[in-house]
Design a binder for this molecule. Structure first.
Ligand SMILES: Cc1cc2nc3c(=O)[nH]c(=O)nc-3n(C[C@H](O)[C@H](O)[C@H](O)COP(=O)(O)OP(=O)(O)OC[C@H]3O[C@@H](n4cnc5c(N)ncnc54)[C@H](O)[C@@H]3O)c2cc1C
Length: 389
């Protein structure tokens, strides 16, 4: 049986970065991916992902974001490719909404540059937006978007250049852990390693049943609409957005790559799914959810749909990440439950997981306490001898 220092299961956003950071620490790493790298069956496809520094989801994320920005720039330097585009980010909603209050709070706490607008003044400055009079918008200039597929490819390449071995189209079917190390079984063969890192996205609970209620896959749909006034939706003219509206929370990006304005809505149609059997077809109801947001808030983008795609969130109960040692198995570490806002952190999550595996657990309780599994009332489901179906 071949032996490695570490095995990473799932070479998507978190796994490609984790593999790289382990290899960078001199580890002999094996990355195992069930599909291609990149693929469009998990959570990390669709051309763009928002990155933003003001963070209504919690002030605890901001120090991680600072490190994430630094590490994305480092990956750009290594790869010679531009991966992060700064457009600014608009956080908008009612003045007392969690989005606006949280955005302003993190700007204040961390001294982030920002400007506050009402609907009219925002439209004067950024005419792609049409927000109702009662809404407030916070424009924070560090926001922008990443190119997820290129980030994953470049982390994978950088890991390989440091000696990591990456296998695609090799699904992990189960694992066993003991104090001596971990044995990992795939459809093709078995491997041994000192540590196992599980970065399996929507499939995490198949490999760790303890996550069954804690990392729940949810079907999402995004739409690219042909703008009626394309000049208003170019990256130079249109910041990414995070808009808490009465209909729900919309997010989106300017035109980049495909020629459309991109929009999605958190928890789209509230469909918890199994990633093996999720409905990847697009239905008229899917377009209706997003069309409503375009017509109301971005009417100059209300042209025909150029593309629509399904994707998967993996939600934790409090929508904060899970970055921790496995509760029942030694030498096994989990990065899961990214709840629709994880991509921007992939660079720093890889670094955290590599450090965790090296140090044998979570040492930085101040920074990482909010991501520990112990915060949930966990059901005791032993995972030793776990087998994926
Ligand atoms: C529509 C949509 C929009 C989003 N927008 C944003 C955004 O703007 N900004 C942001 O920060 N975040 C955003 N997110 C969230 C973000 O994309 C995810 O949190 C992040 O990509 C999750 O990365 P991951 O590595 O956990 O999953 P993935 O990238 O899906 O990686 C998991 C990998 O594990 C592999 N795998 C699983 N099981 C096995 C197995 N048994 N054997 C081998 N391989 C296996 C899978 O094939 C997959 O490649 C969005 C998500 C969606 C769906």
């Amino acid at each position: 049986m071949r032996e490695f220092d570490s095995i990473v299961v799932g070479v998507g956003a978190m796994g490609s970065s984790t593999t790289y950071h382990l290899a960078r620490r001199g580890e002999r790493v094996l990355g195992l991916e069930q599909f291609d790298i990149p693929n469009d069956l998990g959570s990390s496809h669709g051309g763009t992902r928002i990155i933003r520094m003001a963070y209504p989801e919690g002030a605890g994320y901001v120090p991680l974001l600072r490190r994430a920005y630094h590490l994305w720039r480092d990956l750009e330097t290594r790869s010679g490719e531009r991966l992060l585009f700064v457009t600014g980010c608009v956080d908008a909603g009612a003045p007392d909404s969690a989005t606006v209050r949280g955005s302003l709070e993190t700007c204040r706490l961390f001294g982030l540059e920002h400007t506050v607008f009402d609907g009219d003044s925002l439209r004067n400055r950024l005419p792609g937006y049409l927000l109702p009079a009662g809404m407030t918008a916070v424009l924070q200039p560090d926001g922008g978007f990443l190119l997820p597929e290129r980030c994953i490819v470049n982390y994978t390449r950088a890991a390989e250049a440091l000696g990591a071995e990456i296998h695609t189209r090799e699904r992990v079917t189960g694992w066993d852990a003991s104090s001596g190390g971990v044995e990992v079984r795939t459809e093709r063969e078995s491997y041994r390693a000192r540590t196992l890192l599980i970065t399996a996205g929507p499939w995490a609970s198949q490999l760790c049943p303890v996550l069954r209620q804690l990392a729940v896959p949810e079907r999402q749909v995004v739409l690219w609409a042909q703008p009626l006034r394309p000049e208003l939706f170019q990256p130079e003219a249109f910041p990414v957005f995070n808009l808490e509206a009465p209909e729900g929370r919309f997010y989106g990006c300017p035109v980049y790559g495909v020629p459309g304005f991109k929009i999605g809505k958190y928890h789209h149609r509230y469909e918890n799914v199994d990633p093996e059997s999720v409905d990847r077809k697009i239905h008229p109801e899917d377009e209706a959810v997003l069309r409503e947001g375009i017509r109301r808030y971005f009417p100059d983008a209300d042209g025909p749909a150029l593309a629509m795609k399904t994707c998967l969130f993996t939600n934790s109960p409090d929508e904060h990440f899970i970055l921790d040692a496995h509760p029942d198995a030694e030498n096994v570490y989990i990065a899961a439950g990214f709840s629709g806002h994880g991509f921007k952190f992939a660079s720093v999550v890889g670094e955290i997981m590599a450090k965790m595996a090296r140090d044998g657990g979570v040492n930085d309780a101040n920074q990482l306490g909010m991501f520990r599994l112990a915060r949930f009332q966990r059901k005791q489901v032993p995972d030793a001898n776990a087998s994926a179906s």
